[in-house]
Design a protein around this ligand. Structure first.
Ligand SMILES: Cc1ncc(COP(=O)(O)O)c(C=O)c1O
Length: 151
């Protein structure tokens, strides 16, 4: 059947089901092990993840937290960003980017993105720099790492 209304046309965007299917057994085993241990906060599994991820990204330390939002907030706090500061975020990011900035008392400043990559556009970032800018918060979207040097 040929769709006649725009509401009948679906363009697949992100296939989470097939991503899950490819590592389903690994995920279920890990979830099962956590449930069996009844150790839901920190502990051996989280420490194991921190060590493994630190090696993977070549960092000295990694701290596992409960959500991406918490990670952003903690990173901003660790950088001592707060009231009166500005942080540049991409205009098309998930809500959490600006939310984390607001939660530490700073002001999110929205810069445009490159329409080819959807990542922060360096010239737009430059146009939004002020003496109050304390950080630029690039977002790596859709499995693609933002390349700041190339954009
Ligand atoms: C770009 C981006 N940043 C932050 C978050 C927040 O992550 P969480 O939902 O784990 O707090 C999301 C969630 O989808 C996200 O897409």
């Amino acid at each position: 059947m040929i769709p006649t209304k725009s509401s009948e046309i679906q363009v697949p965007f992100l296939d989470l089901k097939s991503q899950y299917a490819s590592i389903k057994e690994e995920i279920l085993e890990a979830v099962y092990a956590v449930l069996e241990s009844a150790h839901y906060v920190s502990g051996e599994r989280v420490e194991g993840f921190e060590d493994e991820f630190a090696r993977y990204i070549g960092a000295r330390y990694v701290v596992g937290v409960s959500s991406g939002t918490s990670a952003l907030e903690l990173a901003l706090q660790a950088a001592n960003i707060g009231l009166g500061d500005e942080v540049i975020v991409p205009a098309n990011s998930f809500f959490a980017s600006a939310e984390a900035v607001s939660r530490v008392g700073a002001r999110p400043v929205f810069a445009d993105v490159n329409p080819a990559t959807f990542h922060l556009d360096a010239s737009s970032v430059q146009n939004h720099l002020t003496p109050r800018t304390r950080a630029i918060l690039p977002v790596h979207l859709y499995g693609r790492a933002a390349d700041f040097k190339g954009d």
